[in-house]
Every structure is written in C-alpha cells, then in structure tokens.
Ligand binder design. Structure first.
Ligand code: OAD
Length: 262
C-alpha cells in the first residue's frame, strides 16, 4: 500500500497539495466519524484514557440488553443524562466543515455520504443531510413493547424507565447496544458507500468496533484514497494514504479553507 505517510498537522499551516487535490477531484466521497469529532463540543469519547466513558463506566453494566433487563432504571437514567448533555452541547467547527464539504461536493455534482458511529445528532444540527447513524440516536427513545418511537428533545423523563404513551410499556434509547445488530438498511447503505467511494475519510474514531471499523478496509479494497484524521495513531493509521495527526475541528476546517482557496 503506497502510503503518503503520517503528517502531524497540529502545528503545520498547510496540508499537502496532493491531499487537497485528491479531496478536490473526488467524485464519490464517504466519511465515517466517531466520538472524536464531538469531543471538541464537550461530549466525552469512549476510550480516551482519562476522560473516556468506558474508563469510568463498565459498558457491560450500561450498554447491553442484559444490563437494561437487569436494571432498566439505572440504564435509562444514565442514557437520559447523556441525552440532555448532547442537547446542551453545540456542533463544533469539525461538524460544520463536514456539512460544508457535503455542500461543496453536491454543488460540483459529486456524491457525499456521511456515516457516523455517534448518537448525538450534532452532524444533523450542523446541517449535514442523509446522515447514516450506524449506532442509532440517543435523542430517539423507543417502546420495548409496541415499538413506539419518538425524538426526545425536552426535559428529563418523569420516571425511569420512561413509559410508552401508547401502551405503557418501558421505553429505551434507540441506540445499538453491545451484542445487538446494527440497523440493516443503514449498514447496507454505509457498506455500499465505502465500496463505491473514491475518497474515504475516517475522522475521530479508534476504529476498533465492528462492523463500523471494517468500512475503512472496504474502501481500501476498492482502491479508494483514504485519509484518517485523529489526535492519535490508530490500528488503521499504517494502512491509509494520509494519517493526519490533529484535532478534527482544526484539520477539517483547514481542508475546507484550502479547498475553497485552491
Ligand atoms: P473512541 O472513544 O473509541 O475513539 C475516539 C477516537 O477519537 C480516538 O481515536 C481519539 O484519539 C480520537 N479523538 C479524540 N479527540 C479527538 C479530536 N478532537 N479530534 C480528532 N480525533 C480525536 O470512540 P469511537 O471510535 O467513536 O459504540 O467508538 C466506537 C464505538 O465504541 C462507539 O460508537 C460506541 C463505543 O462503544 C457503541 O456504544 C455501540
């Protein structure tokens, strides 16, 4: 794999011209984001050593169907606190840059697919459209009985677990828990985007949770150019064409600046 190598862009002014040309000329763009994109909005990631959610909580106790069955009150209370935190946070320059890139590509007659593992809907609030939410949304809650689904953008629930207004059964966050299947149509669309793109951006993800983590290899297997943007090295860094070391807000904003001024 002819890699253009790793670039620490946290301090440098400009990104490599060859990279900007690839972004400029791409006709079919697929982007996959992870929790790192929302970190600069104040939403904790999962695996960052000191601040990640999984360094404070055991996912088995909160993010599995078994945990919900064993303690629905604790699980729904924890998710509702995270739901309200997401609503209080604002999209950052990285979310806005991806929404701008989608518009630039659309105006140029190219295709652009944004795939996210995040459940916070900050991409939507930044203006991105057609977002593929591989792991669902923490703003949506569904009834375990009748399937009633509603987006909750308001105050805390009156009780935990919240009850369904239609059938009275318990409601849970409409996110994918460990051991659950991803929504098939969403995964299919994401896989198709990764298999047909000519440019794949992996932004702010540790790339360790499958099947999402496999999309970068699908893109590579179909000869797409792949750019990774991350503060740290990941398991994918050596397989991509450009591994940009920097914050997603800074690097994505710089890509847009250089694209617009190209
Ligand atoms: P992780 O917490 O595993 O990884 C976050 C990544 O973002 C790390 O590689 C960080 O180095 C990087 N990062 C942190 N701040 C950044 C910044 N400002 N700019 C760029 N990169 C930054 O989060 P995910 O990879 O999203 O799944 O985790 C994937 C899945 O594991 C989540 O969707 C969730 C979790 O368990 C489920 O809950 C099913």
């Amino acid at each position: 794999m002819p890699t253009m190598g790793e670039h620490d862009v946290s301090h440098s002014i400009d990104l490599p011209d060859a990279l900007i040309s690839v972004v400029c000329e791409a006709q079919r763009v697929a982007v996959m984001t992870g929790a790192g994109v929302s970190a600069e909005s104040g939403i904790p990631t999962f695996r960052d050593a000191m601040t990640g959610l999984w360094s404070k909580f055991r996912p088995e106790e909160l993010a599995t169907p078994q945990a919900f069955a064993a303690n629905p009150q604790k699980v729904t209370q924890w998710y509702d606190e995270r739901r309200r935190m997401c609503l209080e946070c604002q999209p950052n320059a990285g979310h806005e840059a991806l929404a701008a890139l989608q518009q630039i590509k659309r105006d140029a007659g190219a295709t652009f697919t944004l795939i996210t593992q995040n459940v916070d809907r900050l991409h939507h609030r930044a203006g991105s459209e057609g977002v593929l939410e591989l792991h669902g949304s923490i703003l949506e809650w569904r009834c375990v009985g009748c399937g009633f689904l509603d987006e909750e953008t308001g105050e805390p629930f009156a009780q935990y677990p919240p009850t369904c207004p239609q059938c009275g059964d318990a409601r849970r966050p409409n996110v994918v828990w460990f051991g659950e299947m991803l929504p098939a149509p969403v995964l299919q669309a994401a896989d198709h985007a990764a298999a047909t793109c000519d440019l794949f951006l992996s932004v702010g993800t540790s790339n360790v949770v499958y099947p999402a983590a496999g999309l970068i290899d699908t893109a590579l297997a179909h000869d797409a150019r792949v750019i990774e943007i991350n503060l740290d090295q990941t398991s994918a860094s050596r397989r991509v064409h450009w591994s940009l070391r920097g914050s997603s807000a800074t690097v994505l904003s710089r890509i847009i600046e250089q694209l617009v001024n190209a």
